[in-house]
Design a protein around this ligand. Sequence first.
Ligand SMILES: CC(C)(COP(=O)(O)OP(=O)(O)OC[C@H]1O[C@@H](n2cnc3c(N)ncnc32)[C@H](O)[C@@H]1OP(=O)(O)O)[C@@H](O)C(=O)NCCC(=O)NCCS
Length: 174
Amino acid sequence: MTLAIRRATVNDAQTLSRLARRTFDETFGHLYPPEDLQAFFDDAYAVEKQRVILAHPDYAVWFLEDGGEAVGHAAAGPCGLPHPEVAPGDGELKRLYLLKEYQRGGWGGRMFDTAMAWLQRKGPCPLWIGVWSENVGAQRFYARKGFEIVGEYRFPVGRVRDREFIMRRKGGAL
Ligand SMILES: CC(C)(COP(=O)(O)OP(=O)(O)OC[C@H]1O[C@@H](n2cnc3c(N)ncnc32)[C@H](O)[C@@H]1OP(=O)(O)O)[C@@H](O)C(=O)NCCC(=O)NCCS
């Protein structure tokens, strides 16, 4: 394994779309009827949508690569979570997924730190994350990084509505 983190570019839209589907499917695919999963993938992970995100100056995406092949990804941008205390300038970790065989080796932590540093490139600000209510492993991971649950909302996957926790770390707590 030769692992490295690299900022993705607009030329990576196809790779990002493919990897996002694969990692989500691996983590959560068993939870949904296939047609709902497919509808979610076709919307959220459409290649054109990844291109828009990758080209947008307010968003950033990173790959974890093994010998040049993408095996994990993180995405960050302005906070879009439905919580009354979200303010302009707040940041959000939008995705953090590694393929299973690359988990628990510290790389998720490094990807997380990379995204957090980028979100605070203009100075400390409140940071937010949406996480599935039953994903206790990820919640523990975020809690160790200073995040706490401050709300919840419903996340649509096709016709399914998941219970999602909203976690926040207040600005300044670097
Ligand atoms: C969450 C994730 C990015 C963390 O990356 P990682 O490289 O595995 O994490 P690290 O090795 O840096 O840290 C390990 C910590 O992750 C947490 N963790 C994440 N998933 C876990 C799981 N399935 N079981 C147990 N702990 C888990 C634990 O806090 C663990 O610490 P511990 O070993 O002391 O209990 C990675 O596990 C992953 O991709 N999971 C699947 C996708 C996912 O759930 N993403 C979050 C969506 S909000």
